[in-house]
Design a protein around this ligand. Structure first.
Ligand SMILES: NC(=O)c1ccc[n+]([C@@H]2O[C@H](COP(=O)([O-])OP(=O)(O)OC[C@H]3O[C@@H](n4cnc5c(N)ncnc54)[C@H](OP(=O)(O)O)[C@@H]3O)[C@@H](O)[C@H]2O)c1
Length: 474
């Protein structure tokens, strides 16, 4: 009897363990919920991500879930929850039910505080920058707690390199991670791959160029002023003759005037037109160049409006030593000092803008290549959106949805950059289609390929000459 009783309980225990194991395995393949934790969710980019996730909830693998906005300040958190709920009330729910709530933590860089939050998450999106001088603790914690999907909008090159070093761990845990997945870097990397993929077959890629424009802060949070100031202290990573170099004192230098349109009659020509751009240490100048195995030069640059900001920042960069910008206290002081003026000009941009938003964003990507006859081709893509903030949020949300959809059938993990994940033409085109049909998109040119005849300039006018001069100055 004792034996039978023992065997009965033993068998039941084994059965229970097997059942729990099977349920766990099944739920790993197909999550029963879409709980998404957004670190920095109470911020400007975080709320834009949450809103787009709800707008596109019918594309998610499961019809129920929670969106948890994470930040430090509970009052701001509650306001952000309300903002997302109000925005989401305008979309039809398609039978999906998504709750939005706020969780307060004192430090997003403290793994102990993150683990309990990640326990039940189908995805974690990390937007709580700045990422300067940080180690990717949220990604490492997501891997340690077996979170299926992780996305971030990080940008410093050393931070990206540390994240990529976690690739093997992510493979073991089955965490699919996509890093630097906002608008720029992010959507811009996807567009560069598309521009390269549209060149005549057999071409050798020579150069890649990333030019951006944002009106004021583009609706992003004040922290981006501080990040911009810190950036002035960074060396500029870019390729020269096919090799990555770090140029001291190049960041913030004027590179030239860029046409943010491919057709002079297009809406982009009227809305954004030609703008001055300044060298900026965006990582895509290095990471996409590496992916495309370019043999020439890469660069990344950006400009802003109103014009007075370009002039003022240009002057400051010439006067203030780089080591001062690297000092976090100095950069924060300058951000606090300029904040009221930035707010005032952003308000003016909003009032004077045709869409009443005043957060205009534009990107122009050029990829240059040479065929076996030494003919030169330039593939150009221009994209514009009425709100930088919305464009970043929509991009990160679309990347997250794509990963969640894949994760529901394929649990393989790994850490990748956008240009690595979307090498395949089919997957890339699908993603571009989704990202360029988002609300607020002004225009997307697709790849416009031009043949360069007898040294005639195509693409950013005089930019190449300026780049040669600048790199000789370094
Ligand atoms: N790739 C791209 O295209 C792109 C474009 C623009 C911005 N970005 C990145 O996006 C980030 C967010 O921008 P944003 O405009 O949303 O800024 P924001 O409005 O200031 O929001 C930042 C959010 O992060 C939270 N946070 C910051 N540090 C934290 C910490 N140590 N612990 C807990 N929470 C913390 C803030 O919480 P509290 O408010 O409670 O402090 C807030 O919710 C920036 O840092 C920037 O790096 C990327």
């Amino acid at each position: 009897n004792f034996f039978r009783l023992h065997c009965h309980y033993h068998c039941k225990t084994v059965l229970l363990i097997l059942t729990v194991g099977a349920v766990t395995a099944l739920s790993a393949v197909s999550p029963s919920h879409n709980n998404v934790v957004i670190l920095g969710g109470s911020g400007r980019i975080g709320t834009a991500i949450a809103t787009h996730l709800i707008r596109r909830s019918s594309a998610l693998p499961s019809s129920t879930g929670k969106i948890i906005l994470v930040g430090r300040n509970p009052e701001q958190g509650q306001q952000s929850v309300q903002e997302v709920r109000d925005a989401a009330s305008e979309f039809s729910s398609d039978g999906n039910s998504f709750e939005v709530e706020f969780q307060s933590i004192s430090d997003v860089w403290d793994s102990k505080q993150l683990s309990p939050l990640f326990h039940d998450a189908a995805a974690v999106i990390h937007t709580a920058g700045p990422y300067h001088n940080r180690y990717p603790i949220p990604l490492r914690t997501a891997i340690e707690t077996n979170v299926p999907v992780y996305v971030d909008v990080s940008d410093p090159l050393p931070y990206l390199d540390s994240s990529l070093e976690l690739n093997e761990d992510a493979i073991s845990s089955g965490t699919k991670a996509l890093i630097a997945a906002g608008a720029f870097p992010g959507m811009s990397n996807l567009m560069a791959m598309e521009a390269a993929g549209s060149l005549p077959p057999g071409c050798q890629i020579l150069d890649s160029g990333f030019n951006y424009f944002t009106a004021g802060l583009g609706g992003s949070g004040d922290v981006n002023l501080y990040i911009t100031n810190l950036g002035f202290g960074d060396d500029m990573p870019q390729y020269e003759k096919g090799r990555l170099n770090y140029f001291k004192a190049l960041t913030g230098k004027l590179l030239g005037q860029v046409d943010f349109f491919t057709d002079a009659e297009s809406i982009m020509a009227k809305r954004v037109g030609s703008q001055q751009v300044f060298s900026w240490p965006f990582p895509e100048a290095a990471t996409v160049a590496r992916e495309l195995k370019i043999t020439g030069r890469s660069h990344a640059a950006m400009g802003t409006a109103p014009e007075v900001w370009n002039v003022m920042l240009g002057l400051l960069v010439d006067i203030v030593p780089r080591s001062w910008w690297r000092n976090e206290r100095f950069s924060q002081f300058m951000a606090d000092f300029s904040q009221p003026l930035v707010k005032a000009t952003d308000k003016w941009l909003q009032l004077s803008s045709p869409d009443g938003v005043g957060e205009t964003h534009a990107m122009r990507i050029d990829v240059t290549a040479e065929d076996s006859n030494k003919d030169i081709f330039v593939s150009t893509i221009v994209q514009g959106h009425e709100s930088f903030r919305q464009c970043v949020g929509q991009s990160a949300a679309e990347f997250c949805i794509d990963l969640l959809q894949e994760q529901s059938t394929d649990r393989s993990g790994g850490v990748s950059l956008v240009e690595q994940r979307y090498r395949d033409e089919g997957a890339r085109k699908q993603m571009i289609e989704k990202m360029t049909s988002t609300p607020g998109t002004i225009d997307y040119s697709g790849a416009v390929v031009t043949r360069k005849a007898n040294g005639a300039t195509v693409g950013p006018s005089k930019m190449e000459e300026v780049l040669v001069l600048r790199s000789m100055e370094m």
